[in-house]
Ligand binder design. Sequence first.
Ligand SMILES: Nc1nc2c(ncn2[C@@H]2O[C@H](COP(=O)(O)OP(=O)(O)OP(=O)(O)O)[C@@H](O)[C@H]2O)c(=O)[nH]1
Ligand SMILES: [Mg+2]
Length: 269
Amino acid sequence: VSRLSAHKLASLQSVTKLSPNKVQSLLYPFSELNAYLDRSVDTTQFQLFHPSVEDMIKAEKLFCSSPSHTIDYYISAERMDHIPALRQPEVCFIGRSNVGKSSLIKALFSLTPEVEVRVSKTPGHTKKMNFFRVGKAFTIVDMPGYGHRAPKDFVDMVEPYLYTRKNLVRTFLLVDGSVGLQKADLIALEMCEDIKRPYVILVTKIDKCGQGTLLTNLFNLQEVVKTQTSCCFPQPFLVSSLRFLGIYLLRCFISHLTGSIKLTNTSQS
Ligand SMILES: Nc1nc2c(ncn2[C@@H]2O[C@H](COP(=O)(O)OP(=O)(O)OP(=O)(O)O)[C@@H](O)[C@H]2O)c(=O)[nH]1
Ligand SMILES: [Mg+2]
């Protein structure tokens, strides 16, 4: 998928011109996997947050910049005490180096290409905590990864942030869906459990492997979540920044978590 065609998928309006099947898998990526599953498999956990398209449209508006709702890069910080206190609810993205944190934030902000989010093939690219403001609604924080250069960076800046940041409403822990859970991911899960604040797992790069591999990795992950966690949201969110899968759903979930939209009654959460 070229950059241009990916950008064409940035908004729901452009998406709805596609075939219904394609729309379904872009908006609700789990539906594509669901088709492969036996009916006896309980999939409720995968669809706890299942908003309507109208709700996704509401959320999408928040990701569009306007004179009264500016979306911009705010600051970078190497240490917790370099970050000003903010009143807006905040969400942050953590995960191994190269798992796709910056790419995902870039995809979320694809409707405001003037907001520069830097991504790289080289692990360890993001070296500071980068704050992006979405009007007065919320702040999104891109973190350096662990695994490469870490734990030093991570222990010095990210952990204190996760423990003490007052306005942090949700942490998104990214795991690479094409390779499954790694040792470093399990350490991160444990850390999130120690912190005891709510977090959500995002499964990235779902375009990069076959459906069979993805399902195996996903069910393995679900087992770990079920047996070893208590602060983790039971629904993993599937995303591909490259193909825009799950981006609209994630925009809606972030808008919902930060209290920026009110879901219609038909949506569950
Ligand atoms: N196939 C595929 N590749 C992706 C996807 N998301 C990111 N990548 C690739 O993965 C590499 C790393 O992406 P980044 O977004 O910079 O990763 P990061 O987690 O921010 O990495 P650090 O900043 O080093 O911690 C880049 O080469 C991206 O193009 C995806 O959804 N699908
Ligand atoms: Mg990065």
